[in-house]
Structures are given as structure tokens and as C-alpha cells.
Design a protein around this ligand. Structure first.
Ligand code: SAH
Length: 215
């Protein structure tokens, strides 16, 4: 696969579109302009990769649309060097965006083939600051906790208690919450050991966050 001038042009157009939809963080827009999204999705959709749409990535899962990726990343308020836990590696595209922003990324996927494929592509692009894990995101990564930020990229039926425990004080969790067709984007800040603040944002559609692993 190649990253052609045409692909680069399409990415510039996509960035303009995201700006028009209200994404303001220049670092995020720069990452989206840089990352060849067509490498992360099924090749048959090659040229459509820069439409603002989700795409199938196998196993009935989808890569989130670029607006959703940008929106969730903005809410995380990333700082250089932040230790970030991502639930739902999927294609690896969101992990690449976090890595471009200087985060130290830990990402979990419950479908082994997706996890393997994402690991391969993230290695291909030299993202040594991304560690991929095959496992159940509801459990998080107790051995690597605590995290500055936790990003959930699947529709959560509940706020996973184990993940709240793995969030640093002053840390932020971004989570699409709710079962059914749509979810509300929620941002949770850990103010103190037992004190959390919750804000509610726009409505999105995600594939469900499910328990257990699939090999
Ligand atoms: N961040 C991804 C979005 C993928 S869609 C990207 O940029 O492509 C959400 C992913 O979450 C799916 O791949 C799904 O298999 C995964 N997922 C759902 N429940 C999970 C869980 N409990 N633990 C880990 N991954 C999970």
C-alpha cells in the first residue's frame, strides 16, 4: 500500500471538514492530517478512507469515524507524556492519534485477530509508545495502573468500576455511555480518591463494549 499525494490531499480536505464541525485542537488536526487512515481499514475501501465515516475492520467491528476520534481525543485534554489506557484497539487508528500527541499508550482489544493486526500496523509505523494487549477491557491493566487518562471506544452499558480505580487523582476518563442505538459521551474527572465529577456531551453511536475475550 502507498500513501499518495491524492491520499494526502484527501486528508487535508478531511481536516477542513473536521474544523467546520467544531474540532479546534490543532495538534489533533495535525495528527489526522499526518496518519494514513487507509492503512488502518479494509483495503477494499481504500479511497473512501477520508470520508468522515466509520468502516468495517472485521469481526463485526468498525473503526470510529474521524470526527468521533477527534472529539473523544479533545475531551481527554492530552498532555505530552500522559499515560493513557484505551479500551477497544480495533484498527489501531485511535491509538496512533494518541501516540502522535505524545501519549504513552496502553490499548486493549478483546478480539485476538484485531489486536494482532493493530499491533502489526502500529509497529510498521514505528509507534514504540503504544503497547497492545489482548484482553477484556472491563478489567483494565491493574499491573500498569494508574493512568492519567482512560479512553473507552465502545458503548459502555455501565461505568466500569475497575477502570475508575485505575484512574489517577486529577485523571480523566472519556466514555460513550448507554446501551441501545445511541450513547452519550461522558467525561469523568477523578477529583479525589472517592470523588468524581461527571459531564455529559453529545450523542454518538458505538459498537458495544462486551465482556470476555474472543480468539
Ligand atoms: N479505537 C478503535 C475503535 C474500534 S471499535 C479504532 O480506532 O479503530 C471498538 C472496539 O472495542 C472493537 O474492536 C471491539 O472489539 C472492542 N471492544 C469491545 N468491548 C471490549 C472490551 N471489553 N475490551 C476490549 N475491547 C473491547
Amino acid at each position: 500500500m502507498q500513501d499518495t499525494f491524492r491520499h494526502q490531499g484527501l486528508r487535508k480536505r478531511l481536516v477542513q471538514e473536521l474544523r467546520g464541525e467544531g474540532i479546534q485542537n490543532e495538534k489533533i488536526l495535525k495528527a489526522i492530517e499526518k496518519i494514513p487512515r487507509h492503512f488502518y481499514i479494509e483495503t477494499v475501501f481504500g479511497d473512501d478512507a477520508y470520508e468522515n465515516k466509520p468502516f468495517p475492520i472485521g469481526r463485526g467491528q468498525t473503526i470510529s469515524n474521524p470526527y468521533t476520534v477527534a472529539y473523544q481525543t479533545e475531551l481527554l485534554d492530552l498532555q505530552e507524556g500522559d499515560k493513557v489506557l484505551e479500551i477497544g484497539t480495533g484498527s489501531g487508528y485511535q491509538s496512533a492519534v494518541l501516540a502522535e500527541l505524545g501519549a504513552d499508550v496502553y490499548t486493549i482489544e478483546r478480539h485476538q485477530p484485531l489486536s494482532n493486526k493493530a499491533k502489526k500496523i502500529l509497529n510498521h509505523f514505528g509507534y514504540s509508545n503504544v503497547k497492545t494487549f489482548y484482553g477484556d477491557g472491563f478489567k483494565g491493566l491493574p499491573a500498569d495502573a494508574p493512568f492519567d487518562k482512560i479512553l473507552i471506544t465502545a458503548a459502555a452499558p455501565e461505568i466500569p468500576k475497575e477502570l475508575l480505580k485505575q484512574l489517577k487523582v486529577n485523571g480523566i476518563m472519556v466514555i460513550p455511555f448507554g446501551e441501545g442505538d445511541t450513547q452519550k459521551m461522558i467525561r469523568i474527572k477523578r477529583l479525589d480518591n472517592n470523588e468524581f465529577e461527571k459531564e455529559t456531551f453529545s450523542t454518538f453511536t458505538f459498537v458495544p463494549m462486551l465482556k470476555g475475550v474472543v480468539d
